[in-house]
Design a protein around this ligand. Structure first.
Ligand code: NAD
Ligand code: LMR
Length: 326
């Protein structure tokens, strides 16, 4: 058995965490040979509810759960942490866009970025889930100047997984048959799910679908899936969001599937003409605990226009929180 690693989860008494924590403790995220110490952060009024979640985690008798810390102090929650999942933030309700949450949530990520900078392991891997995830990740990253910006990521895996399923269902194939799909840009209604380079069971995806379905059905369905779930469920996605967080962190830590891509919101190095420093989703592969942007992906005029539109939205979100970006 390996030595335990520390995993911080914020918003630990919330809906997503109620799925997420149990899967982390079971080994689904970091492997069945990797014990974890859970460092759980909540706001003070939710500490009693968090106590209940911790009791349930105890009652699962997970062999890999090597310890638990429950706290309302970010400096305690991020102490020496190896993996930080920043979930705690207000979710949107019907009729809202995710960026409408910026004023309510942005401050949280500047406080937590500073706490990560001061207390986390220098190799910490950070995943921001709380919305608007890309800009919140940017805020956390900019408040942690001593940590490599590559270590701050935003969750696009739910969008990626949604796109996989829509394409597999349309073509009558399985998820495992779909390869090299990517969702570019922001976790918002401007995100661009791109199947131009994707294959389904070895065939070019674009040869199996028609342009009107792609433009008028597939892309809006994936872009609007979060809102559709809020409408149907009366609350934002939780179990599927937790599942995507597990997928994102597992692939980053242990490596992504050979011959395939994953979508991750990462620090732009200027690839594909996207402004350096934005947290933008690119096609990535992960190995040796690190990610790399897949280079040389063909982008036609249709793709370029959509990639630019979602970049533009990220610039506007960034400018709206300029006061939180040191
Ligand atoms: P929730 O309201 O059920 O839980 C959020 C929890 O965060 C609450 O328990 C709250 O007390 C806690 N919290 C608030 N401020 C905090 C702080 N400063 N420190 C620590 N904890 C704090 O919400 P949820 O359904 O779990 O969703 C959480 C966030 O994730 C929302 O912003 C939602 O929009 C977002 N989300 C993102 C994706 C994605 O794909 N990126 C998917 C689903 C949901
Ligand atoms: C999602 O995509 O399901 C989440 O970001 C929640 C939301 O507000 O849509």
């Amino acid at each position: 058995m390996k030595a335990p690693v520390r995993v911080t989860v914020t918003g630990a008494a919330g809906q997503i965490s109620y799925s997420l924590l149990f899967r982390i403790a079971s080994g689904a995220m970091l492997g069945e040979d990797q014990p974890v110490i859970l460092q759980l952060l909540e706001i003070t009024p939710a500490l009693e509810a968090l106590k209940g979640v911790a009791m349930e985690l105890d009652d699962c008798a997970f062999p890999l759960l090597a310890g638990m810390v429950c706290t309302d102090d970010p400096n305690v929650a991020f102490k020496d942490t190896d993996y930080a999942l920043l979930v705690g933030a207000r979710p949107r309700g019907p009729g809202m866009e995710r960026k409408d949450l910026l004023s309510a949530n942005a401050e949280i990520f500047s406080v937590q970025g500073k706490a990560i900078n001061d207390h986390a392991s220098r190799d910490v891997k950070v995943l921001v889930v709380g919305n608007p995830a890309n800009t919140n990740a940017l805020i956390a990253q900019r408040n942690a100047p001593d940590i490599n910006p590559r270590q701050f990521t935003a969750m696009m895996r739910l969008d990626h997984n949604r796109a996989l399923t829509q394409l597999a269902q349309k073509t009558g194939k399985t998820i495992a048959d779909v390869k090299n799909l990517v969702v570019w840009g922001n976790h918002s209604a401007t995100q661009y799910p791109d199947v131009h380079n994707a294959t389904v069971d070895g065939a070019a995806a674009m040869s199996l679908i028609d342009q009107p379905w792609y433009e008028n059905d597939f892309i809006p369905t994936v872009q609007q899936r979060g809102a559709a779930i809020i409408k149907a469920r009366g609350a934002s996605s939780a179990a599927s969001a937790a599942n995507a967080a597990i997928d994102h962190m597992r692939d980053w830590a242990l490596g992504s599937a050979e011959g395939d891509w994953v979508s991750m919101g990462i620090y732009s190095d200027g690839s594909y003409g996207i402004e350096e420093g934005l947290i933008y989703s690119f096609p990535c592969v992960c190995k040796n605990g690190d990610w790399e942007i897949v280079q040389g992906v063909e982008t036609n005029d249709f793709s370029k226009a959509r990639m630019k539109a979602t970049e533009q939205e990220l610039k506007e979100e960034r400018d709206a929180v300029a006061h939180l970006l040191p």
